[in-house]
Design a protein. Structure first.
Length: 256
């Protein structure tokens, strides 16, 4: 009987043929998801590759988690000042793990909302680490060890932001928290040293201060939030009193 030879090289070649898309996006953050949903909604074949986050930094580890925690901190501050508002209470405790759980719940909800948008528009979200293997072709290494090759008529590189450490001697060895770990704290730090008084450092500082931490901000510039216009910098916040009130507060929570 004549054997039909299947050429292994031919089948390997077939399997390694890239999948074709109108648009391939590397990095699924704020910068690119709207493009993905818009083009997919218009009937284009769209794939988004992200190695870690559904929705990128903003909903997972940056803008929205920080605002969630700041909101809890604000509630603490109102509690502390409740007498000013004519409300008596018998003291309170802060459970940072509860603050963190509330934030995690919000993040999970946002992830689900993003996935719903992917489903609704027909854009494909691929969890995997991407790299270019040829022009306009991205290889995604998937969590199960397999790979997919995706070729786009158009490709958007939107690999965005990441937490990084300044090359300050000894800093890396000290294993400091970046904003990612700071937004995952299960306890209020007794004393938080914040290196860098940009908006991320200032947001975190005022929130932790409201939770009861002693906070020290170190900044090498002439004023806090030096990259912002002077009228929104802390110089202005100080004048309107809020930052000063937090700085001067002695850490005692009124009882009753
Ligand atoms: C604490 C904090 C608070 C902030 N608050 C605000 C705010 O209130 N308002 C505001 O406007 N901005 C805020 N920002 C800034 C904002 O988060 C960023 O500007 C924004 O998220 C950048 O979006 P992006 O899409 O460019 O990148 P990202 O959201 O970082 O997305 C890039 C994505 O690419 C993925 N990626 C990278 N390389 C690869 C690869 N090789 N393969 C696969 N995937 C890859 C990453 O996993 C990531 O998900 C804040 C930032 C921080 C840190």
């Amino acid at each position: 009987m004549k054997r039909i030879e299947t050429s292994p090289s031919a089948s390997v070649l077939k399997n390694s043929e890239p999948e074709e898309f109108d648009l391939v996006i590397l990095g699924g953050g704020t910068g690119s998801t709207v493009a993905a949903w818009t083009f997919a909604g218009e009937g284009k074949r769209v794939a988004v590759v992200d190695r870690k986050y559904i929705g990128g930094s903003c909903p997972n580890i940056a803008c929205l988690p920080s605002k969630n925690i700041i909101h809890s901190a604000k509630v603490v501050d109102y509690f502390r000042r409740s007498k000013e508002f004519g409300i008596a209470h018998d003291g309170f405790t802060i459970e940072m793990s509860g603050v963190r759980d509330r934030k995690r719940k919000m993040v999970a909800g946002l992830n689900e909302m993003y996935m719903e948008n992917y489903r609704k528009t027909g854009a494909e979200f691929i969890l995997g680490s991407g790299r270019f293997v040829s022009p306009r072709t991205v290889e995604a290494a998937l969590p199960d060890g397999s790979t997919r090759q995706l070729r786009g008529t158009n490709v958007i590189v939107s690999t965005g932001t990441r937490a990084s450490l300044e090359p300050i001697p000894g800093l890396a060895e000290a294993q400091p928290l970046t904003h990612i770990e700071a937004l995952e704290l299960g306890q209020v730090p007794e004393h938080l040293l914040v290196i860098g008084g940009g908006y991320v450092g200032v947001e975190l500082s005022q929130a932790m201060r409201r939770f009861g931490s002693k906070v020290t901000v170190v900044d090498r510039n002439g004023r806090l939030m030096s990259r912002e216009d002077p009228d929104v910098s802390v110089g202005q916040i100080w004048r309107i009193g809020e930052f000063r009130r937090l700085a001067e507060w002695n850490g005692e929570s009124p009882k009753g």
